[in-house]
Design a protein around this ligand. Structure first.
Ligand SMILES: Cc1cc2nc3c(=O)[nH]c(=O)nc-3n(C[C@H](O)[C@H](O)[C@H](O)COP(=O)(O)OP(=O)(O)OC[C@H]3O[C@@H](n4cnc5c(N)ncnc54)[C@H](O)[C@@H]3O)c2cc1C
Length: 576
C-alpha cells in the first residue's frame, strides 16, 4: 500500500518558480495546506540558485515596458507567445519590489541609492538588476527562509515526483513521489498541482545547468498527454568554461562580462564577432554568439583546448575583481586569472526555451494542473535574453500561487486511483535487482549525450536529426531493460535510471520538433535550411504519440507587436 499525504496545493520543484508559488499560495490563506517537493535540498537545488548575472525589470526611464517587450520578442525570433512575454515584462518590476520589500532580498545599489541595473546582451537599455555576479544565491536564500517560516508550507526534501496522479475523470489529482532517502513511494493527493521542475537539458554532453535536473517535468507532462511547444529551441550559452579533463567544463561565465565590454577572440587572435554581427559584436544575442564560437572552433580557428578566448583584462583588474568577484574566483579555482588574462570558453547547453503550453495564468491543458518557469514554453520564443529567466520563474511562480489558491477554494478533494499508482510504482521499481542484460546505464547515458550534442546541438540537419531519432529510440529501449544493483534506499544508480528515462523522453520531443522546423531561427540552426522562413510565423507543437511523438504547428498570434518590415514601424499594444 502506498502511503497517501493530503494537501491543498502541491508544488513539484523548488526553484524560483516553485518557491514563489508556495509563498503566494500560502499567503493567500493561512488555512491552505501547501506542500513543496524538491529532488534535492530546499534552497540548494536547481538553476535559480546558479543565476549569476541578474534579473530583467524596467525600473526607470528612459527604459520602458514597450522596449523590454520588443527586446524580448526580437531576441525570441518573434515566435514568443506575446501574452506570456507581456505578462513577464509587466509584472517583473512589481516582482523585484516584492523580492526586496516582502522577502528581504537586497540588490546592488547606485551611489544615489537606486537599484543598479547593468547591461546585458540583446537589450536596448541597462535593465538587469543584480547582486554582484551571484544574484541567484541572494534570491534563493531569502525565498527559502520565507518558506521555512510559513506554518502552512511543508517541504519534502530529497523527494522526487515520478508520475502525475489523475482522478477517474482524468483530472490532475496530485502526484506519485519517490523518497530518495528511503526508496519508498508515496502519493500526495492535491486539489491543485504545479509543475515547476525547471526543464533541464542535461541530455547534452556539455552543460551549464544544474545536474540534478533531468527534464522530469517535461517527461511527466509528456506522459500525461499534454501538448508542449518549441521543444527544438535549446539555448546554448557562448561562455562555458573549458577545463580539460574536468567536469567543470561547461560551467558558466556570466553574460555581464560581454555586456561590460568583454571581447571574444579566436585561436588566431581575431575578434571574430566582427564577421558575424558587426553592429553588436559580443553584445549580440546568445544564439548568434554561441553559434559563431562553435563555427570558429569546428572550422579549426579555436584555441588549443577547443574553445575561444574571452578577454576582459582591458577593463582593468580592479574593475573586473570588483564587479565580477564570483567569476574571478571561479576562474582562479582552475588556475586562470580572469582579471588579467584571457580565459578559454566554449558553448555550453544552458536552458530550454520550449516546454508545456500554458496561458498567462499558468493553466495547462489538464484541469487542476498548472505549470511555471523553465518547464513551460512560449515566453522566450526561439532565444531567451539573459536576465529574463529568473524573471520568468519568479513572476509566473507568483501568478501560479495566486491562481491555484483561488482554484482550490470550495473545490472538493479529488479521488486518487490507487491501482494506477501501484502499477506506476511497480514499473518504476522494475530495474531494482533485475539482471543487467548486458547494457551499462552509464555507457548509454554517455552515448545519449554525445548524440544530442553532435546531431541535435548548435548546428543541425535533417539527416543528422533523423539518425539521432533512431539512436535515442534505441537507447531508450536499451535503458528500459537495464538492471540496477542494490536496494531502493539512496540508490544513486536507480535515480540515474529514472533520470535517463526523463532525458530520453525529452530528447525525442526535441528531435521531433527540430525535424519539423525546416528553417533557421534563434537557437535552432539547420544547415540544410540556413535561412529564416519569411512566411507566417509558427510555433512547433508536440505531444506523445503511440510510437513517435505527434508534431504539428500553430500560427503565432501577434497580439501585442509585429516585426517591422524595412519601412514599417514596430507597433506595440500594451493596454491590458
Ligand atoms: C549557471 C546559470 C546561470 C544563470 N544565470 C541567469 C541569469 O543571470 N539571469 C537569468 O534570468 N537566468 C539565469 N539562468 C536561468 C535561470 O536559472 C532559470 O531560468 C530559472 O532559474 C529557472 O527557474 P525554475 O524555478 O523554473 O527552475 P529551477 O530553479 O531549476 O528549479 C527547479 C526545481 O525543481 C526541482 N526538481 C527537478 N526535478 C524534480 C523532480 N522530479 N521532483 C521534484 N523536484 C524536482 C529541482 O531540484 C529544483 O528545486 C541561469 C542558469 C544557469 C544554469
Amino acid at each position: 500500500m502506498i502511503e497517501v499525504l493530503e494537501t491543498d496545493v502541491l508544488i513539484l520543484g523548488a526553484g524560483g518558480a516553485g518557491l514563489c508559488a508556495a509563498l503566494h499560495a500560502a499567503d493567500a490563506s493561512p488555512r491552505l495546506a501547501v506542500t513543496v517537493v524538491v529532488k534535492g535540498l530546499l534552497g540548494r537545488a536547481g538553476c535559480t540558485r546558479m543565476v549569476q548575472g541578474g534579473y530583467n525589470a524596467v525600473l526607470t526611464p528612459p527604459d520602458s515596458l514597450e522596449a523590454h517587450l520588443l527586446d524580448t520578442l526580437a531576441g525570441g525570433g518573434w515566435i514568443n507567445d506575446q501574452e506570456l512575454a507581456w505578462t513577464l515584462v509587466r509584472e517583473a518590476p512589481r516582482c523585484v519590489l516584492e523580492l526586496e520589500s516582502r522577502y528581504g532580498c537586497f540588490f546592488d545599489r547606485r551611489p544615489d541609492g537606486r537599484v543598479h541595473q547593468k547591461p546585458f546582451a540583446g537589450q536596448t537599455h541597462d535593465r538587469t538588476v543584480h547582486k554582484g555576479d551571484l544574484t541567484g544565491i541572494e534570491i534563493m536564500n531569502r525565498l527559502a527562509e520565507q518558506v521555512l517560516v510559513r506554518a502552512n508550507v511543508r517541504a519534502l526534501e530529497e523527494c522526487r515526483a515520478v508520475e502525475l496522479a489523475r482522478d477517474a475523470d482524468g483530472r490532475a489529482a496530485g502526484a506519485l513521489l519517490l523518497d530518495v532517502r528511503t526508496g519508498r513511494f508515496l502519493a500526495v493527493r492535491a486539489r491543485a498541482t504545479l509543475l515547476a521542475m525547471g526543464g533541464g537539458p542535461t541530455m547534452y554532453k556539455v552543460i551549464a545547468c544544474s545536474a540534478d535536473k533531468a527534464a522530469d517535468g517535461i517527461a511527466l507532462a509528456c506522459r500525461a498527454g499534454l501538448p508542449l511547444r518549441d521543444m527544438e529551441m535549446i539555448q546554448f550559452h557562448p561562455t562555458g568554461l573549458v577545463v580539460p579533463g574536468s567536469l567543470m567544463t561547461g560551467a558558466l561565465l556570466e553574460e555581464g562580462l560581454r555586456g561590460a565590454g568583454g571581447r571574444l577572440v579566436n585561436g588566431r587572435g581575431e575578434r571574430f564577432m566582427a564577421r558575424y554581427d558587426p553592429g553588436r559584436l559580443e553584445r549580440s544575442t546568445r544564439d548568434l554568439v554561441a553559434r559563431a564560437s562553435f563555427l570558429e572552433i569546428t572550422e579549426g580557428r579555436g584555441t588549443p583546448s577547443g574553445g575561444v578566448w574571452i578577454d576582459v583584462s582591458h577593463l582593468g583588474a580592479t574593475t573586473v575583481e570588483r564587479d565580477f568577484r564570483g567569476m574571478v574566483k571561479r576562474c582562479r579555482d582552475f588556475g586562470r586569472d580572469l582579471a588579467r588574462e584571457p580565459v578559454e570558453v566554449a558553448p555550453t547547453t544552458h536552458f530550454m526555451m520550449g516546454g508545456v503550453v500554458v496561458d498567462p495564468a499558468c493553466h495547462t491543458a489538464l484541469e487542476g494542473l498548472f505549470a511555471a518557469g523553465e518547464d513551460t514554453g512560449g515566453v522566450h520564443g526561439a532565444n531567451r535574453l539573459g536576465g529574463n529567466g529568473v524573471a520568468e520563474s519568479t513572476v509566473f511562480g507568483g501568478i501560479a500561487g495566486d491562481v491555484m489558491a483561488e482554484f482550490v477554494a470550495g473545490r472538493p478533494a479529488p479521488r486518487l486511483e490507487p491501482a494506477a499508482l501501484e502499477a506506476a510504482a511497480r514499473a518504476l521499481a522494475a530495474p531494482l535487482g533485475r539482471p543487467g542484460g548486458g547494457a551499462d546505464l552509464y555507457a548509454l547515458w554517455r552515448e545519449l549525450r554525445e548524440v544530442m550534442w553532435d546531431r541535435a546541438g548548435l548546428v543541425r540537419d535533417g539527416a543528422g536529426l533523423a539518425a539521432a531519432a533512431r539512436d535515442v529510440d534505441r537507447l531508450q529501449a536499451l535503458g528500459g531493460a537495464v538492471g540496477v544493483a542494490g536496494g531502493p534506499a539512496f540508490n544513486v544508480a536507480w535515480q540515474d535510471w529514472l533520470n535517463f528515462g526523463s532525458q530520453t523522453t525529452a530528447a525525442r520531443l526535441i528531435i521531433a520538433s527540430a525535424l519539423a522546423r525546416r528553417e533557421s531561427r534563434g537557437a535552432h540552426y539547420r544547415k540544410d535550411f540556413p535561412a529564416t522562413d519569411r512566411g507566417p510565423l509558427y510555433s512547433v507543437r508536440v505531444r506523445a504519440g503511440d510510437g513517435a511523438p505527434v508534431v504539428w504547428t500553430e500560427p503565432v498570434a501577434l497580439t501585442r507587436a509585429r516585426p517591422s518590415g524595412p519601412t514599417a514601424p514596430v507597433t506595440v499594444e500594451t493596454g491590458d
